[in-house]
Design a protein around this ligand. Sequence first.
Ligand code: SF4
Ligand code: SF4
Length: 97
Amino acid sequence: MSKRLMLRVNQNKCVGCGLCVENCPIGAITIYLNKARIDPKRCVGCENCLRVCPPQAIEKIGVNEKDSIRMELQNLRQRIDFLKTRLSRYEDMRKKA
Ligand code: SF4
Ligand code: SF4
């Protein structure tokens, strides 16, 4: 099965400094709970983030189609959790208002 290269943030190494976010030309990186996440659908592979990351938390990995779908699902789950947290905070604020 053919593999393609993808970038992944090693969550144990990322210190949440945001340098990768500032240097991504297409806004493919977000910080969630003080850790960077790369949206593989948006990433164009310029490797700017890889070059600027102080602790070298961004890694190149070879993934097959199945792994790629699994990673996208994981990203979507994290995104859903993030949105649920925001929604719950918003509802709490509305109740207090
Ligand atoms: S490789 Fe380039 S496009 Fe992809 S996340 Fe890093 S900076 Fe953004
Ligand atoms: S530059 Fe590296 S350490 Fe800083 S937020 Fe991005 S991935 Fe994390």
